[in-house]
Ligand binder design. Structure first.
Ligand code: GYE
Length: 355
Protein backbone atom coordinates (compact mmCIF):
# COMPACT_ATOMS: atom_id res chain seq x y z
CA UNK A 1 0.00 0.00 0.00
CA UNK A 2 1.30 3.47 -0.90
CA UNK A 3 1.09 5.89 1.97
CA UNK A 4 0.97 9.67 1.73
CA UNK A 5 4.51 9.69 3.13
CA UNK A 6 5.84 7.51 0.29
CA UNK A 7 4.18 9.76 -2.30
CA UNK A 8 5.72 12.84 -0.72
CA UNK A 9 9.17 11.21 -0.58
CA UNK A 10 8.96 10.27 -4.29
CA UNK A 11 7.83 13.77 -5.22
CA UNK A 12 10.77 15.32 -3.32
CA UNK A 13 13.16 12.93 -5.09
CA UNK A 14 11.73 13.87 -8.48
CA UNK A 15 12.07 17.55 -7.66
CA UNK A 16 15.70 17.07 -6.61
CA UNK A 17 16.57 15.20 -9.84
CA UNK A 18 14.85 17.95 -11.86
CA UNK A 19 16.84 20.65 -10.06
CA UNK A 20 20.08 18.77 -10.62
CA UNK A 21 19.37 18.45 -14.36
CA UNK A 22 18.57 22.15 -14.59
CA UNK A 23 21.83 23.02 -12.85
CA UNK A 24 23.87 20.81 -15.18
CA UNK A 25 22.22 22.33 -18.27
CA UNK A 26 22.93 25.81 -16.99
CA UNK A 27 26.59 24.99 -16.38
CA UNK A 28 27.31 23.72 -19.86
CA UNK A 29 25.58 26.73 -21.37
CA UNK A 30 27.68 29.18 -19.41
CA UNK A 31 30.83 27.24 -20.33
CA UNK A 32 29.84 27.55 -23.98
CA UNK A 33 29.16 31.25 -23.84
CA UNK A 34 32.55 31.78 -22.22
CA UNK A 35 34.23 30.04 -25.13
CA UNK A 36 32.18 31.91 -27.70
CA UNK A 37 33.91 35.13 -26.79
CA UNK A 38 37.32 33.76 -27.61
CA UNK A 39 36.58 31.57 -30.61
CA UNK A 40 33.24 31.38 -32.45
CA UNK A 41 32.01 28.04 -31.17
CA UNK A 42 30.78 25.79 -33.96
CA UNK A 43 27.00 25.87 -33.88
CA UNK A 44 26.69 22.37 -35.23
CA UNK A 45 28.33 19.98 -32.83
CA UNK A 46 29.89 17.02 -34.66
CA UNK A 47 27.18 14.73 -33.34
CA UNK A 48 24.52 16.81 -35.12
CA UNK A 49 26.14 16.23 -38.50
CA UNK A 50 24.62 12.83 -39.15
CA UNK A 51 22.80 14.18 -42.22
CA UNK A 52 26.13 14.69 -43.99
CA UNK A 53 27.54 11.31 -43.16
CA UNK A 54 26.70 7.69 -43.90
CA UNK A 55 23.82 6.73 -41.62
CA UNK A 56 24.19 4.04 -39.01
CA UNK A 57 27.91 4.63 -38.58
CA UNK A 58 28.26 6.27 -35.20
CA UNK A 59 32.06 6.58 -35.36
CA UNK A 60 31.79 8.44 -38.69
CA UNK A 61 28.87 10.49 -37.35
CA UNK A 62 31.25 12.03 -34.80
CA UNK A 63 33.70 13.18 -37.49
CA UNK A 64 34.46 16.84 -37.86
CA UNK A 65 33.67 18.29 -41.29
CA UNK A 66 35.91 20.99 -42.73
CA UNK A 67 34.88 22.94 -45.83
CA UNK A 68 37.95 24.32 -47.61
CA UNK A 69 37.75 26.82 -50.45
CA UNK A 70 41.06 26.51 -52.32
CA UNK A 71 41.72 29.40 -54.72
CA UNK A 72 43.10 27.47 -57.68
CA UNK A 73 45.88 25.26 -59.04
CA UNK A 74 48.15 27.83 -60.69
CA UNK A 75 51.52 26.70 -59.36
CA UNK A 76 53.69 23.96 -57.90
CA UNK A 77 53.28 25.69 -54.54
CA UNK A 78 49.50 25.43 -54.83
CA UNK A 79 49.60 21.75 -55.73
CA UNK A 80 51.81 21.03 -52.71
CA UNK A 81 49.46 23.10 -50.54
CA UNK A 82 46.36 21.19 -51.68
CA UNK A 83 48.11 17.83 -51.24
CA UNK A 84 49.30 18.79 -47.76
CA UNK A 85 45.76 19.77 -46.70
CA UNK A 86 44.24 16.58 -48.11
CA UNK A 87 46.85 14.38 -46.42
CA UNK A 88 46.66 16.13 -43.08
CA UNK A 89 42.85 15.92 -43.06
CA UNK A 90 42.95 12.18 -43.78
CA UNK A 91 45.55 11.69 -41.06
CA UNK A 92 43.56 13.70 -38.51
CA UNK A 93 40.34 11.85 -39.39
CA UNK A 94 38.69 15.10 -40.48
CA UNK A 95 36.19 14.96 -43.35
CA UNK A 96 37.36 17.45 -45.95
CA UNK A 97 35.06 19.08 -48.49
CA UNK A 98 37.49 20.77 -50.88
CA UNK A 99 36.39 23.11 -53.63
CA UNK A 100 38.77 24.60 -56.23
CA UNK A 101 37.77 28.13 -57.33
CA UNK A 102 40.16 28.35 -60.29
CA UNK A 103 41.19 31.95 -59.49
CA UNK A 104 37.59 33.19 -59.32
CA UNK A 105 36.47 34.94 -56.12
CA UNK A 106 32.79 34.46 -57.04
CA UNK A 107 33.39 30.71 -57.13
CA UNK A 108 34.88 30.95 -53.64
CA UNK A 109 31.68 32.66 -52.45
CA UNK A 110 29.58 29.91 -54.01
CA UNK A 111 31.69 27.19 -52.41
CA UNK A 112 31.43 28.89 -49.02
CA UNK A 113 27.63 29.18 -49.34
CA UNK A 114 27.41 25.50 -50.14
CA UNK A 115 29.50 24.74 -47.03
CA UNK A 116 27.05 26.81 -44.98
CA UNK A 117 24.09 24.88 -46.44
CA UNK A 118 25.83 21.63 -45.63
CA UNK A 119 26.33 22.82 -42.06
CA UNK A 120 30.05 22.05 -41.90
CA UNK A 121 31.82 22.50 -38.55
CA UNK A 122 34.61 24.81 -39.73
CA UNK A 123 35.27 26.74 -42.95
CA UNK A 124 38.80 27.41 -44.23
CA UNK A 125 39.47 29.84 -47.07
CA UNK A 126 42.59 30.54 -49.14
CA UNK A 127 41.47 33.89 -50.60
CA UNK A 128 42.50 34.60 -54.21
CA UNK A 129 42.51 38.37 -53.61
CA UNK A 130 42.41 40.25 -50.33
CA UNK A 131 39.42 42.58 -50.77
CA UNK A 132 35.66 41.98 -50.93
CA UNK A 133 35.30 39.40 -48.17
CA UNK A 134 33.10 41.17 -45.58
CA UNK A 135 29.64 40.13 -46.87
CA UNK A 136 30.38 36.43 -47.16
CA UNK A 137 32.27 36.37 -43.85
CA UNK A 138 29.19 37.92 -42.23
CA UNK A 139 27.04 35.19 -43.75
CA UNK A 140 29.32 32.58 -42.21
CA UNK A 141 29.18 34.32 -38.86
CA UNK A 142 25.38 34.36 -39.00
CA UNK A 143 25.47 30.61 -39.55
CA UNK A 144 27.66 30.30 -36.44
CA UNK A 145 30.53 28.60 -38.26
CA UNK A 146 34.13 29.48 -37.32
CA UNK A 147 36.46 30.57 -40.16
CA UNK A 148 40.17 29.99 -40.66
CA UNK A 149 42.02 32.06 -43.28
CA UNK A 150 44.84 30.07 -44.88
CA UNK A 151 47.80 31.14 -47.03
CA UNK A 152 46.69 34.59 -48.32
CA UNK A 153 44.96 37.08 -46.09
CA UNK A 154 41.78 39.15 -46.22
CA UNK A 155 41.43 42.91 -45.84
CA UNK A 156 38.66 43.29 -43.29
CA UNK A 157 38.27 45.93 -40.63
CA UNK A 158 36.57 43.58 -38.19
CA UNK A 159 39.18 40.93 -37.52
CA UNK A 160 36.75 38.97 -35.37
CA UNK A 161 35.19 37.77 -38.65
CA UNK A 162 37.79 35.01 -38.64
CA UNK A 163 39.43 33.00 -35.88
CA UNK A 164 42.98 32.92 -37.16
CA UNK A 165 45.16 33.50 -40.22
CA UNK A 166 47.70 30.77 -40.98
CA UNK A 167 50.31 31.72 -43.56
CA UNK A 168 53.65 33.27 -44.40
CA UNK A 169 55.00 36.77 -43.86
CA UNK A 170 55.04 37.85 -47.51
CA UNK A 171 56.44 41.28 -46.74
CA UNK A 172 59.50 39.69 -45.15
CA UNK A 173 59.88 37.44 -48.18
CA UNK A 174 60.15 40.55 -50.37
CA UNK A 175 62.66 42.06 -47.93
CA UNK A 176 64.80 38.89 -48.04
CA UNK A 177 64.80 38.90 -51.85
CA UNK A 178 65.91 42.55 -51.91
CA UNK A 179 68.65 41.93 -49.33
CA UNK A 180 70.05 39.22 -51.57
CA UNK A 181 70.07 41.52 -54.61
CA UNK A 182 71.67 44.37 -52.66
CA UNK A 183 74.36 42.08 -51.28
CA UNK A 184 75.04 40.40 -54.63
CA UNK A 185 75.54 43.78 -56.34
CA UNK A 186 77.36 45.53 -53.51
CA UNK A 187 80.45 46.07 -55.69
CA UNK A 188 78.40 47.51 -58.57
CA UNK A 189 77.90 51.26 -58.19
CA UNK A 190 76.56 51.61 -61.74
CA UNK A 191 72.84 51.95 -62.50
CA UNK A 192 71.11 48.55 -62.27
CA UNK A 193 67.74 47.88 -63.91
CA UNK A 194 65.44 45.42 -62.16
CA UNK A 195 62.47 43.62 -63.70
CA UNK A 196 59.65 42.36 -61.53
CA UNK A 197 57.21 39.56 -62.34
CA UNK A 198 54.19 40.06 -60.11
CA UNK A 199 51.75 37.34 -59.13
CA UNK A 200 47.96 37.60 -59.20
CA UNK A 201 46.83 41.23 -59.08
CA UNK A 202 45.24 42.05 -55.72
CA UNK A 203 46.58 38.95 -53.96
CA UNK A 204 48.33 39.36 -50.60
CA UNK A 205 51.59 37.62 -51.60
CA UNK A 206 51.98 39.78 -54.68
CA UNK A 207 51.14 43.03 -52.88
CA UNK A 208 53.32 42.35 -49.83
CA UNK A 209 56.30 40.82 -51.64
CA UNK A 210 56.31 43.86 -53.91
CA UNK A 211 56.13 46.25 -50.94
CA UNK A 212 58.87 44.51 -48.94
CA UNK A 213 61.18 44.36 -51.95
CA UNK A 214 60.61 48.02 -52.87
CA UNK A 215 61.14 49.25 -49.32
CA UNK A 216 64.76 48.08 -49.40
CA UNK A 217 65.52 48.74 -53.06
CA UNK A 218 64.36 52.35 -52.80
CA UNK A 219 67.11 53.00 -50.28
CA UNK A 220 69.72 52.26 -52.99
CA UNK A 221 69.87 55.05 -55.57
CA UNK A 222 71.59 52.93 -58.23
CA UNK A 223 68.97 50.17 -58.09
CA UNK A 224 65.72 50.76 -59.94
CA UNK A 225 62.70 48.68 -60.87
CA UNK A 226 62.29 49.63 -64.52
CA UNK A 227 59.83 46.91 -65.60
CA UNK A 228 57.02 45.35 -63.64
CA UNK A 229 53.98 43.39 -64.75
CA UNK A 230 51.68 40.67 -63.46
CA UNK A 231 52.15 37.13 -64.75
CA UNK A 232 49.55 35.36 -62.57
CA UNK A 233 51.98 33.10 -60.70
CA UNK A 234 52.08 30.72 -63.70
CA UNK A 235 55.03 29.37 -65.65
CA UNK A 236 53.49 30.28 -69.02
CA UNK A 237 52.68 33.76 -67.71
CA UNK A 238 56.32 34.22 -66.62
CA UNK A 239 57.58 33.16 -70.04
CA UNK A 240 55.18 35.46 -71.91
CA UNK A 241 55.77 38.54 -69.78
CA UNK A 242 59.55 38.10 -69.86
CA UNK A 243 59.35 37.83 -73.67
CA UNK A 244 57.59 41.20 -73.81
CA UNK A 245 60.19 42.70 -71.44
CA UNK A 246 62.92 41.52 -73.80
CA UNK A 247 61.19 43.01 -76.83
CA UNK A 248 62.40 46.36 -75.53
CA UNK A 249 65.68 47.70 -76.99
CA UNK A 250 68.72 45.91 -75.63
CA UNK A 251 69.96 48.89 -73.62
CA UNK A 252 66.77 48.70 -71.56
CA UNK A 253 67.10 45.02 -70.67
CA UNK A 254 67.18 44.31 -66.96
CA UNK A 255 70.23 43.04 -65.07
CA UNK A 256 68.09 41.53 -62.31
CA UNK A 257 64.79 39.67 -62.21
CA UNK A 258 62.68 39.51 -59.06
CA UNK A 259 59.94 36.95 -59.63
CA UNK A 260 57.12 36.66 -57.11
CA UNK A 261 57.18 32.87 -57.49
CA UNK A 262 59.27 29.99 -58.82
CA UNK A 263 56.95 28.98 -61.64
CA UNK A 264 57.14 32.43 -63.26
CA UNK A 265 60.94 32.45 -62.81
CA UNK A 266 61.22 29.05 -64.53
CA UNK A 267 59.08 30.34 -67.41
CA UNK A 268 61.23 33.47 -67.60
CA UNK A 269 64.42 31.36 -67.82
CA UNK A 270 63.16 30.02 -71.19
CA UNK A 271 62.47 33.52 -72.51
CA UNK A 272 65.87 34.78 -71.31
CA UNK A 273 67.61 31.92 -73.16
CA UNK A 274 65.58 32.59 -76.31
CA UNK A 275 66.91 36.16 -76.24
CA UNK A 276 70.47 34.81 -76.22
CA UNK A 277 71.24 35.62 -72.58
CA UNK A 278 72.56 33.26 -69.92
CA UNK A 279 70.07 33.11 -67.03
CA UNK A 280 71.77 33.37 -63.64
CA UNK A 281 74.75 35.20 -65.17
CA UNK A 282 73.61 37.86 -67.62
CA UNK A 283 70.48 38.20 -65.56
CA UNK A 284 70.47 37.61 -61.81
CA UNK A 285 67.26 35.81 -60.84
CA UNK A 286 65.65 35.72 -57.41
CA UNK A 287 62.29 34.08 -56.82
CA UNK A 288 60.00 33.01 -54.00
CA UNK A 289 58.59 29.61 -52.90
CA UNK A 290 61.49 27.12 -52.81
CA UNK A 291 60.05 24.30 -54.87
CA UNK A 292 62.22 21.33 -55.80
CA UNK A 293 62.04 22.48 -59.43
CA UNK A 294 63.50 25.85 -58.47
CA UNK A 295 66.23 24.12 -56.47
CA UNK A 296 67.11 22.09 -59.57
CA UNK A 297 67.30 25.32 -61.57
CA UNK A 298 69.55 26.83 -58.89
CA UNK A 299 71.80 23.77 -59.00
CA UNK A 300 72.01 24.20 -62.78
CA UNK A 301 72.98 27.85 -62.24
CA UNK A 302 69.87 29.37 -63.87
CA UNK A 303 68.31 30.86 -60.72
CA UNK A 304 70.55 32.61 -58.19
CA UNK A 305 68.48 32.60 -55.01
CA UNK A 306 65.09 31.46 -53.76
CA UNK A 307 63.21 32.79 -50.76
CA UNK A 308 61.31 30.01 -49.08
CA UNK A 309 57.52 30.13 -48.71
CA UNK A 310 56.16 27.01 -47.07
CA UNK A 311 53.02 25.48 -48.66
CA UNK A 312 52.82 22.55 -46.23
CA UNK A 313 50.13 24.14 -44.08
CA UNK A 314 47.92 21.04 -43.74
CA UNK A 315 49.07 19.85 -40.29
CA UNK A 316 48.80 23.35 -38.77
CA UNK A 317 45.35 23.83 -40.30
CA UNK A 318 44.06 20.52 -38.92
CA UNK A 319 45.51 21.34 -35.52
CA UNK A 320 43.67 24.66 -35.59
CA UNK A 321 40.42 22.88 -36.54
CA UNK A 322 40.85 20.47 -33.64
CA UNK A 323 41.54 23.32 -31.21
CA UNK A 324 38.43 25.18 -32.34
CA UNK A 325 36.31 22.05 -31.98
CA UNK A 326 37.69 21.63 -28.44
CA UNK A 327 36.61 25.21 -27.69
CA UNK A 328 40.15 26.50 -27.21
CA UNK A 329 41.45 29.96 -28.14
CA UNK A 330 43.95 30.36 -30.99
CA UNK A 331 46.46 33.10 -31.74
CA UNK A 332 45.11 35.53 -34.35
CA UNK A 333 48.13 34.95 -36.58
CA UNK A 334 50.20 31.82 -37.19
CA UNK A 335 53.35 32.39 -39.25
CA UNK A 336 55.46 29.60 -40.72
CA UNK A 337 59.27 29.87 -40.26
CA UNK A 338 61.10 30.27 -43.58
CA UNK A 339 64.59 30.67 -45.05
CA UNK A 340 66.43 31.90 -48.12
CA UNK A 341 68.55 29.55 -50.26
CA UNK A 342 71.35 30.41 -52.66
CA UNK A 343 73.06 28.31 -55.34
CA UNK A 344 75.76 27.22 -52.88
CA UNK A 345 73.18 25.55 -50.63
CA UNK A 346 70.85 24.33 -53.38
CA UNK A 347 72.86 21.26 -54.39
CA UNK A 348 73.02 20.07 -50.78
CA UNK A 349 69.34 20.72 -50.12
CA UNK A 350 67.64 19.72 -53.37
CA UNK A 351 67.04 16.10 -52.32
CA UNK A 352 65.47 17.23 -49.05
CA UNK A 353 62.83 19.41 -50.67
CA UNK A 354 59.38 18.10 -49.84
CA UNK A 355 57.53 20.00 -52.56
O1 GYE B 1 53.87 31.92 -53.66
C1 GYE B 1 52.54 31.09 -55.44
C2 GYE B 1 51.13 30.66 -55.45
O2 GYE B 1 49.71 32.37 -52.08
C3 GYE B 1 51.83 32.02 -51.13
O3 GYE B 1 50.50 31.52 -54.53
C4 GYE B 1 50.90 31.69 -52.22
C5 GYE B 1 51.45 31.96 -53.60
C6 GYE B 1 52.71 31.24 -53.97
O4 GYE B 1 50.57 30.53 -56.64
O5 GYE B 1 53.39 30.16 -56.03
Amino acid sequence: MITLRTVLRRLTLLLLVGLLLLLLGGCSESANSGVQQAVPTPQHSPAVLTGLLPSGDTAAAKQVVLGFSQLGSESTWREANTASIREAAAEAGITLLLSNAEQDQQKQFEAIRSFIRRKVDVIAVAPVVQTGWEPVLLEIRQAGIPVIIVDRSVNVEDRSLYVTFIGSDFYQEGVKAAKYVIDKLRHHPEAIRIAELQGTVGSTPSIDRGRGFRKLIEERPNLEITMSAPADFTQSGGREVMRTFLQQPREKWPRVLFSHNDDMAIGAVDAIREAGLVPGEDMIIVSVDGTRRAFEQMTAGNINAVVECNPLLGPLLMQAVAEIMAGRTLPKRMVTPEDIYTQELAAMEVENRKY
